[in-house]
Design a protein around this ligand. Structure first.
Ligand SMILES: *[C@@H]1O[C@H](CO)[C@@H](O)[C@H](O)[C@H]1NC(C)=O
Ligand SMILES: *[C@@H]1O[C@H](CO)[C@@H](O)[C@H](O)[C@H]1NC(C)=O
Length: 114
C-alpha cells in the first residue's frame, strides 16, 4: 500500500538523517557564543576598532544586564554602537560616572560619532 511505503521511507530517512545531524560538531557551542558575545560589526560601529575599548564598553553592558536581568537593557545598551541613553544609564547604574568622559570618547572612536 502507498501509505505504509511512504511511512517506511520516512522511517529510513529519519534513521539516516538524525545521526548525521546530531553528529555535526557545531551543535553544542553555538548557542552559547551567539547569545553572549557581540562583535564590532554586530553593533554597526563605523569607527576605529580598538579591542580593549570595545571589550570594556561591551563589559559595561554585560554588567548592566547582570544588574537588572532585563534583556531589553542588554539590547539597547549596545544599540547603535553604545549610542543610546541606555548606555549612559548603565554607566550611572554601575557607578562609573568618573570614567564616563573616557567611555564616551571611546564610544566616539569606535562608532565614529561627532
Ligand atoms: C542557550 O543559551 C541560554 C542563554 O545563554 C542558556 O540558558 C541555555 O542553557 C543554552 N542552551 C543550550 C542548549 O546550550
Ligand atoms: C586602544 O585603546 C587603549 C586605551 O585608550 C590604548 O591604550 C591603546 O593604545 C589603543 N590601541 C590601539 C591599537 O590603538
Amino acid at each position: 500500500m502507498m501509505c505504509s511505503r511512504n511511512l517506511k521511507i520516512s522511517v529510513v530517512l529519519i534513521l539516516v538523517l538524525v545521526p548525521i545531524i546530531s553528529s555535526l560538531p557545531r551543535n553544542h557551542n553555538r548557542n552559547h557564543t551567539l547569545s553572549k558575545r557581540s562583535t564590532f560589526f554586530d553593533l554597526e560601529c563605523k569607527g576605529i576598532y580598538n579591542k580593549s575599548m570595545f571589550f570594556r564598553l561591551d563589559r559595561i553592558c554585560e554588567d548592566c544586564y547582570q544588574l537588572f536581568r532585563e534583556t531589553s537593557v542588554h539590547k539597547f545598551c549596545k544599540q547603535d554602537c553604545f549610542g543610546t541613553e541606555y548606555f549612559m544609564a548603565c554607566i550611572q547604574a554601575l557607578q562609573l560616572d568618573e570614567e564616563m568622559d573616557k567611555f564616551f570618547t571611546w564610544r566616539d572612536t569606535l562608532g565614529k560619532k561627532k
